[in-house]
Design a protein around this ligand. Structure first.
Ligand SMILES: Cc1ncc(COP(=O)(O)O)c(C=O)c1O
Length: 432
């Protein structure tokens, strides 16, 4: 029996009925196939071949509290008896909105939805309505969902991407209209001089600047000191709406998200993933005058927005995260830093260009002779085959990490897990 035989057979079966064998393109992996996972509990997953994994993928972020956290499941079970989708407002939804306005610095008003893609859409629509302008500035390598108007320059080929200081707007999917570039401006991340020039020359047309405050989809790149603060000032001076896409960073890098961690408050922010422990809930939060656009012509719909089970899951997750003044964040920071320094020690001892960067709650491993990574192009220049070999080696030893090298830290690791991960990493590094 091979280690992945059942996963391989399942994938063959899936491809006959599920287009592509998976329900999202981002789940298609060749390590050797998407794993047939059967069960998740705490920091662990088990596949259909009986292999156990310490999971650093966590459903691409949501399972920050580990898989199947009992207080969340209990809250969801209790909510199920009340009914699910009322398409009106319910008490738990109002209470949750109150709670989020206490926790998220920019949140004067909140609205619920079901996916990150969709809250990014309403954020941009509100910004356009608020300013009467149409262009949106985004950064190369940053991801804001797969909708036509923003799914551009997320992972462009460098030979097509144009110069560093004037990146092309490149569609990421066939079937997208060509004209999305008319309303988008793509910028290099962490380059204030270029951004300042762009804003100064096009201010009258720019409705919003949207970014991942920590660039988690391209190497887990933290903002350079002063970058977010200066962007805030640029937006204020030019009447531009600043949107933080906190779909990954929200409730992960701090209870109040990256805006709380870095002390820079956007006008609007969007949340999903870790906010509801794996249940489909997303939220947009922002300044009242922008958010109240929904009463002045801006339409935001969604049959499943605010359904009882997701609201219950979100409330229970948020209370777990907020317990003891957010003590969980210190634990994850400590665990993450132990892994980061352990991985760097392995790299130094073995003389490998293995580079670990990021925060305790989310970090990345890449192979590069030129650390640190400051923007998408630095990430893109890292050694893909070496990274993939390392990650395959980890997976073969029961450690599951995303193919792009991002480690989503679970909040429930034990000291033994950390020892096991570093042993597996040392063995995988020695194979390389
Ligand atoms: C920063 C960011 N924004 C938006 C999205 C889209 O969220 P969803 O997959 O829930 O549509 C993602 C998904 O990974 C993301 O990482």
């Amino acid at each position: 029996m091979g280690r992945y035989d059942t996963s391989i057979a399942r994938f063959e079966e899936a491809k006959k009925v599920l287009a592509g064998g998976v329900s999202s393109n981002f789940r298609y992996h060749t390590m050797p196939v998407p794993l047939a996972i059967e069960r998740g509990e705490g920091a662990y997953l088990w596949d259909a071949d009986g292999n156990r994994y310490i999971d650093f993928v966590l459903g691409n972020g949501p399972a920050f509290l580990g898989h199947s956290p009992e207080p969340v499941l209990k809250a969801v079970r209790e909510s199920l008896d009340q009914g699910q989708a009322f398409t009106t407002v319910h008490k738990a939804e109002i209470d949750l909105a109150h709670r989020l306005t206490e926790l998220i610095p920019c949140a004067e008003r909140v609205r619920f939805d079901v996916s990150g893609t969709q809250v990014d859409q309403i954020a941009m629509r509100l910004a356009r309505a608020h300013t009467g302008r149409t262009k949106v500035v985004k950064f190369e390598g940053h991801y804001h969902g797969w909708a036509d108007n923003i799914f551009a320059s997320v992972a462009p080929a460098l030979n097509e991407a144009g110069p560093h200081d004037a990146p092309q707007v490149l569609n990421q999917s066939t079937g997208q209209p060509e004209n999305i570039r008319d309303n988008l401006v793509v910028q290099p991340y962490n380059n204030l001089a270029v951004l300042t020039d762009t804003v100064n020359s096009q201010a009258e047309e720019i409705a919003a600047i949207v970014l991942e405050p920590v660039a988690c989809n391209s190497g887990v790149i933290a903002p350079e000191p002063g970058f977010l603060e200066s962007m805030r000032k640029l937006c204020d001076a030019n009447g531009i709406v600043l949107i933080f896409d906190e779909v990954i960073t929200g409730f992960r890098v701090a209870l109040g998200g990256a805006q709380a961690r870095y002390g820079v408050t956007p006008d609007v922010a969007v949340f999903a993933k870790a906010v509801a422990a794996g249940f489909p809930l997303a939220a947009i939060a922002g300044k009242a005058d922008i958010m109240e656009g929904v009463m002045a012509g801006v339409v935001h719909g969604g049959t499943y927005n605010g359904i009882t089970s997701s609201v219950a899951a979100c409330r229970a997750s948020v209370e777990m995260l907020a317990a003891d003044n957010g003590a969980i964040y210190d634990k994850v920071e400590k665990d993450g830093q132990a892994l980061i320094s352990g991985l760097q020690e392995i790299a130094t001892r073995r003389g490998l260009p293995l580079h670990t960067q990021g925060l305790g709650q989310i970090f990345s491993t890449t192979f590069t002779e030129n650390p640190p990574l400051l923007n998408y192009r630095d990430y893109k220049a890292t050694d893909d085959p070496m990274r993939l070999a390392f990650i395959q080696g980890l997976q073969n030893r029961g450690i599951r990490v995303t193919a792009r090298g991002t480690w989503f830290m679970p909040a429930v690791l034990t000291d033994q897990d950390i020892t096991d991960v570093l042993e597996a990493a040392d063995a995988s590094a020695s194979d390389i």
